[in-house]
Structures are given as structure tokens and as C-alpha cells.
Ligand binder design. Sequence first.
Ligand code: A3P
Length: 297
Amino acid sequence: DFNKMDSSSRPKLYDFHGVAMTDIFTANWENVQNFQARPDDILIATYPKAGTTWVSQILDMLYFGQMSPERLKTLPIYERVPFLEMMIPNVVTGTDQADKLPTTPRLIKTHLPVQFVPKSFWEQNCRIIYVARNAKDNMVSYYHFDCMNLVQPAAGDWKSFFQRFMEGKVVFGSWYDHVNGWWKKKQTHSNIHYMFYEDMIEDTGREIDKLCNFVGLSPSVEEKEKVRSEVQFDSMKKNKMANYSTLPVMDFKVSPFMRKGKVGDWKNHFTVAQNEEFEEDYKRKMTDPTLQLRWEI
Ligand code: A3P
């Protein structure tokens, strides 16, 4: 019963093949690794809090908004776009949800680092959309998420979370390894479309165009404009089928899932000393000059 959960019943972080994880995302591992992808599946891959829900909603609207508008009005995003590796014992697994999806293509969400992606997705040459968000804003968003989500390890105070994030001791491990690993993979895999949260904030329409090109959709100007306007932060925040307000494991009194939706909110959290420490560490970990993330736009 999630209503009875408190910090003592929060899941524990542990080392899983070199990546910090919790049971919720490893208990169904056999089925995840043996998952049978179909060639037209679309995998939405992100580090947590990088804009997964945003891109999921965009793609779901682009594919099914015209054909089955009811779906968007009646099913929450986590049922329309199953979370592959998620398992709530005796309740639901992402693999079952994906297997039961009636739609074609299936849109499937994952936070797995690239080395953990089930091999079937590579064998089937599925299209994969990766979203990266600058590490500072990603960290801030993740901090608030771990405060409000009862099935995540407790965030602790900001100061300790800041350290843990840099050490990769958060669920799904190191942000640095995640974005670098996927970036490296993209260099040899044209089935990966690598995009940035900051670009989506800067020009959502342009990023929707790129997405359409990548997946081979050609919506009308009106359709595209409808999607663009309905996925603006304020609209999505109000949309019960996209804002996670229907999920009992999140405490919206602590903070809402759709929290701020901004680039640069880290400036309201990082002290000057923290920023210096962060930058020093960042330089050591981010050595590929071709991967550039923006701290502000
Ligand atoms: P903040 O906590 O900074 O507000 P994910 O879906 O990967 O969990 O990412 C959640 C983050 O994306 C949250 O960031 C959330 O507010 C933001 N987000 C979700 N929908 C958005 C939208 N339509 N526009 C801008 N940001 C959005």
C-alpha cells in the first residue's frame, strides 16, 4: 500500500553490474533482457528527468492524436508509453505492458544506460530517441523528484544529493556515463536520434520537425501546430493524462511532477562553491569535445 510508505520503506540503492539501481528496475531483469522488440518499435531512452515525458507525449500525439484522440484523453502517459524495466511486484511490469500494447508502433520508455538495452532492439534496428539534459538542471530536477517520489531512495538534503549525483550514486547511475555512453553509440548507429532538452525549450517546433524526419512522419502544418501548443509546459502541467497526478506513489504536496520546466533553474540551487566544484569535476568526466550541453539558452 503506497499510502503507508514513508522514508524507511523507500527502496535501497545497490550496485548492479557497476550501475546504481533499485529492485524496482532489476527484479524483472530476465524478461527485460529477453524482451522481443519489433522492427517498428520506438524506444525513448533518457537519463531520469531529462524530458522523457515531454518527448513521449509529443510522439504519442504525432502517431495517435488524429487516429485515436480518445486514447490521449483516457490513458495516462505511463500506460500509453510503458516503462520497460519497471516492475511493481504483484501489480505491473513494463515488459507485460509493452507486450499488451495494442498500438503500432509501440512507444517504449527506458532509462537504461546503453550497455543494458535488450539486444533485440539492436537486432531489429529499432528507432531510438535519446534525450539529454544539461547535468546541472538534470541534477536539480532529480533532487526534487527523489523528494516527492516514494518509490525512489530518499533524496536527503540538497548538499548530500549534490555529492551523490556527481558520484553516480542515484538510480540509473552516473549521468556522465549515461549521456557519454549513448553519445558514443550514436556515432556508429544511425538508428539513434540524439536530442537535447535545451533545444526543445528553445524551439519546440524545430525539434518536432526533426523528430518527424527521423521517424518518417509528415503531419500537416495544423496538426504539428496543435501538438506544439498542447505540449507547452503549462498545458502539459494541467493535462491529467500527462502530468502523473494519477500515480499514487508521488507526493505532489512535496513538489509536482511538472515542476518548473526551465533551463537554468540550477542557478537557484547551486552555491558559487558548488558550481566551482561541479565544473572542475565535469571537465574530468566530459572529455569528448563533440558533446556540448548548454547551461542556459
Ligand atoms: P523540472 O523538474 O526541471 O521541472 P522526465 O519526464 O524525464 O521525468 O523529466 C521531467 C522534467 O521535464 C521536469 O523538469 C518537468 O517539469 C520537465 N517537463 C515535462 N514536460 C515538460 C514540457 N512540456 N515542457 C518543459 N519541460 C517539461
